[in-house]
Design a protein around this ligand. Structure first.
Ligand SMILES: Cc1cc2nc3c(=O)[nH]c(=O)nc-3n(C[C@H](O)[C@H](O)[C@H](O)COP(=O)(O)OP(=O)(O)OC[C@H]3O[C@@H](n4cnc5c(N)ncnc54)[C@H](O)[C@@H]3O)c2cc1C
Length: 340
């Protein structure tokens, strides 16, 4: 487990931006994670989890099939393996970049599906005790792009392994009209077997995501992003009714606790269309997706200035303060220190 020093982090981020890690270590096993924490603790170093490389993936067939994968496994490799077997449950999460270990942190989701729906358990290492602890989906307190790992227990647990439970012989249910149209365009699900239906939905999701530069592609400059930079705000029913008095034609979806308004719509209406370039010009809004802020060869400061410009513009226009989806780590907001 070699400890490297002064490692530039930009190559490890999809934005291609980032400072330098004083120390950097990749951990392939639980014991290596533990050893790295001991090392950091002895030197009073704050630890930020960026790259856990614990591998291993196991597909268990049966009446309710399961997949167990190490935190470092590429997420889409899991989705692909599940779809190839014709199992249902994660097909709408096709093409989301990142590792298995990252998925429970913000309860990754797309096209009306979330990891919370299939997750059975998450095995973690507790940074305060250095003991292994396993959480059920209920324990994780999942919400929209949210979980206990982002709130009360932010920075406390390192995910080592995730287990999902899928369904077999079941035609996927598609909730999003945009995806329903894409699936219909590929021939629809009515006349095909459930196993084929799962593969078709995956194909439709990947096609849709590519059209929005939401699948990583080194040849597509729009994918130098963090995906959606802002979450969709959920307003109380009263706040939404108030907004509707001032603005007509606001798209909305029912959500737990109120009404969800697409942040992309708010951003565009507030004067930041696709292709908008920030005042620093080193960052801009993707030409294909109004929520993706893209590094156009600038700096982290350019990107954060653009994020604030967009956020202030939306707040001025609609009185809604958008929340960032990615986590910003900077010298002024260092990672939480949890090791003893
Ligand atoms: C083009 C693009 C499209 C995207 N589309 C979507 C989408 O549709 N839906 C969606 O939900 N997200 C989307 N994302 C966001 C991103 O893919 C997810 O958040 C993903 O889960 C990040 O995984 P990661 O391994 O890269 O984690 P990172 O981005 O490295 O980390 C994210 C957070 O998780 C923590 N973390 C990561 N691994 C571990 C671990 N093993 N243990 C403890 N903490 C850990 C980090 O410390 C950090 O707080 C998109 C991103 C891009 C670039």
């Amino acid at each position: 487990m070699p400890l490297r020093e002064h490692v530039p982090l930009a190559p490890y981020t999809t934005l291609g931006l980032g400072g330098e890690a004083r120390y950097f270590v990749e951990c392939d096993t639980e014991d290596q994670v533990r050893a790295a924490l001991v090392h950091a603790s002895a030197r009073h170093l704050p630890v930020y989890v960026l790259r856990i490389t614990v591998g291993g993936i196991e597909f268990r067939d049966g009446p309710t099939p399961e997949v167990r994968a190490g935190a470092g496994v590429d997420w889409d490799t899991v989705v692909q393996g599940v779809a190839e077997r014709g199992w249902t449950g994660v097909e709408c999460l096709s093409g989301i970049p990142g590792t298995v270990g990252g998925t429970p942190i913000q309860n990754v989701g797309a096209y009306g599906q979330e990891i919370a729906e299939t997750l059975v358990s998450v095995a973690c290492l507790d940074r305060t005790t250095r003991e292994r602890q396993t959480f059920t989906a209920e324990d994780c307190a999942f919400g929209y792009r949210d979980s206990r790992f982002k709130r009360a227990d932010r920075g406390r647990y390192i995910v080592l392994e995730v287990t999902l439970q899928l369904a077999r012989d079941r035609t996927p249910r598609i909730r999003y009209p945009e995806l329903q149209r894409a699936v219909a365009g590929l021939g629809g699900l009515e006349t095909i077997a459930p196993t084929e239906a799962v593969r078709l939905v995956r194909e439709a999701v990947l096609t849709l995501r590519r059209s929005k530069s939401m699948v990583l592609d080194p040849a597509d400059p729009n994918t130098r992003s963090a995906g959606s930079f802002f979450t969709n705000p959920v307003l109380s029913v009263d706040a939404f009714a108030d907004l509707e008095k001032r603005w007509t034609g606001i798209p909305s979806f029912p959500a737990d606790g109120g009404v969800k308004v697409p942040a992309a719509w708010l951003v565009e209406q507030a004067g930041f269309p696709k292709g908008y370039r920030g005042t620093g010009r080193g960052a801009g809004v993707s030409t294909r997706h109004a929520l993706a802020l893209v590094n156009l060869g600038g700096t982290s400061a350019d990107l954060l200035a653009l994020a604030e410009e967009v956020r202030s513009g939306v707040e001025r226009q609609f009185g809604i303060r958008l929340a960032y989806e990615p986590e910003v780590v900077s010298p002024s907001s260092p990672p939480p220190s949890r090791s003893r």
